[in-house]
Design a protein around this ligand. Structure first.
Ligand code: 13P
Length: 247
């Protein structure tokens, strides 16, 4: 009932030539777009190229600012994205939280404005290694969600996908055990049920991200509460991303 979403987060990678090659391979590939959604989040400067040339793929930004326009050098607003036909953004990625000072309060502002302007949002949450070792990973993630989703209504949740990305699994080659990822995604779904009711909780897609590769995608996708993946490193080469898409 929840359509799988396989998403590539390219982070700060790829040159224009590599992007063009990727587009070519993806356009030639067999992908059952009725059965699954495919999304690519490239650096901003490639958004339009991808949008123009990959008609069936959802194209997303990796970040957004929480004001509509004004003196915010280097930032991009939801209104600007919508004006070029981009209706997805990632918000709250752990790299934004750790390296660029995105707090839960900032993430909440970004999320509210994005949804108000019509964007779909992939909201990322996840614990650090110390928090998992201390056994407080579920409390931590649920607390992040509570803050990030402040003032969000059930109606607005139609535009939200959640991505559970444990920080210790990102770019480390150390994937979460599929059981641990399933347990967390289940805890997230239970939270959504308490907060928004059964229907929203059943309908919201919850992804897993963190060292997803062609070798582990099938096992992850076999879990009841894992509705897709947010893939970093393994999404940079078209062959590897295609193996994940066609898991
Ligand atoms: P890796 O797949 O490289 O671990 O990155 C995951 C991620 O951060 C996706 O947003």
């Amino acid at each position: 009932m929840r359509k799988p979403l396989l998403a590539a987060n390219w982070k700060m990678n790829m040159t224009l030539n590599e992007v063009k090659e990727f587009i070519k391979v993806l356009n030639d590939a067999q992908i059952d777009y009725k059965e699954k959604d495919i999304l690519i989040a490239p650096p901003y400067i490639y958004l339009q190229e991808l949008k123009k040339r990959l008609k069936k793929v959802k194209i997303s930004s990796q970040n957004i600012y929480f004001e509509e326009s004004g003196a915010f050098t280097g930032e991009i607003s939801p209104t600007m994205l919508m004006s070029i036909g981009i209706d997805w953004t990632i918000i709250g990625h752990s790299e934004r939280r750790q390296l660029f000072g995105d707090t839960d309060d900032i993430i909440n502002k970004k999320l509210l404005l994005s949804i108000q302007k019509g964007l779909n949002v992939i909201l990322c949450v996840g614990e650090k290694l110390q928090e998992r070792e201390a056994g407080i990973e579920k409390e931590l993630v649920i607390s992040q969600l509570g803050l990030d989703l402040k003032d969000v209504t059930p109606e607005m949740m139609k535009n939200v996908v959640i991505a559970y990305e444990p920080v210790w699994a990102i770019g480390t080659g150390k994937t979460a055990k599929s059981q641990d990822a399933e347990d967390m995604n289940k805890a997230i779904r239970d939270f959504l049920k308490r907060r928004f009711g059964r229907k929203i909780s059943n309908n919201t897609r919850i992804l897993y991200g963190g060292s997803v590769k062609p070798e582990n995608i099938k096992e992850l996708m076999s879990r009841e509460n894992i509705d897709g993946a947010l893939v970093g490193g393994a999404s940079l080469k078209p062959d590897s991303f295609l193996k994940i898409v066609n898991f």
